[in-house]
Design a protein around this ligand. Structure first.
Ligand code: SAM
Length: 248
């Protein structure tokens, strides 16, 4: 007996739209999303898609009108609520354009809840385009099936981040000069991971981080990883040891 195909099919196109969505509501698309549905995917009246809004969750929707520049959708069945991702923050020194986009995309796929660009002495990039990074986070969420977008904080100097550090949140500090193996020391959220710039932390910065009561210096092995590699390795280790990768 052939298995009954899942409904709705996981392959349905997914799109983030500003919410809140509700059953029976009409969603009007223009610009890039309309072009994507009408001209790239060639969706026609009656075709189904999935919408999510980062607040009410994910919905099934039907194309009501598909024009070259405008697409109207009718919201139907509520498929699932907004997920609660593990309470993990990723603090990273901004790196060059292509790599920071990639970092945000991958951190979104891996399940990070909040992304915080941290300005350190050796940070070479001083301007962070949050709108562009948000667009990358949205695209990654559309691809990986997330219903909760990661929060993207404004860049902040390391000093103020440490000065305002929340008491109950351990800070796993990726330190190439040595620390505990992250997989062994990771504990479920709230938690945060801090990764330095390509040039590393200055000695006084390292001392200031290590003097924070919540700081947990961690090692990511004997080799010097590039900042984006280190960030994703640390997030993956934490997710596998203490995040939602432990669930079947
Ligand atoms: N300045 C360092 C050097 O040249 O020796 C390298 C900095 S590394 C490219 C960028 C950041 O990745 C570091 O600040 C650290 O947070 C993290 N990192 C890289 N390799 C690591 C390791 N083996 N253990 C822990 N953290 C590491």
């Amino acid at each position: 007996m052939p298995a009954t195909p899942a409904w709705p099919p996981a392959s349905l196109p997914r799109l983030f739209v500003a919410g809140p969505l509700s059953q029976g509501a009409t969603v009007e698309l223009d610009g890039a999303p309309a072009n994507y549905f009408a001209n790239v995917l060639r969706l026609r009246d009656g075709d189904r898609v999935k919408l999510f809004d980062d607040c009410t969750g994910e919905w099934l929707a039907r194309i009501a009108e598909s024009g070259k520049r405008r697409v109207a959708l009718t919201v139907g069945e509520h498929l699932r609520p907004r997920e609660s991702v593990p309470d993990l923050w990723l603090l990273f020194a901004p790196i060059k354009r292509g790599r920071i986009d990639w970092l945000v995309e991958k951190a979104t796929e891996l399940g990070v809840a909040r992304l915080v660009p941290v300005l350190t002495r050796r940070t070479i990039v001083d301007r962070v385009n949050l709108d562009r990074l948000r667009a990358h986070a949205i695209e990654a969420a559309e691809q990986c099936g997330r219903t909760a977008l990661p929060e993207l904080a404004a860049p902040a100097p390391l000093e103020s981040v440490l000065a305002d550090w929340p008491p109950g949140r351990p800070l796993y500090f990726a330190d190439e000069s040595g620390g505990e193996p992250l997989a062994a020391t990771a504990r479920p959220g709230p938690a945060a991971i801090l990764v330095g710039p390509e040039g590393g932390f200055a000695d006084d910065e390292r001392a200031a981080i290590r003097s924070l009561a919540q700081a947990r210096p961690v090692s990511l092995g004997p080799r010097i990883l590039r900042a984006d590699t280190a960030a994703l390795a640390a997030v993956s280790l934490w997710m596998a040891a203490a995040g939602d990768w432990t669930e079947r």
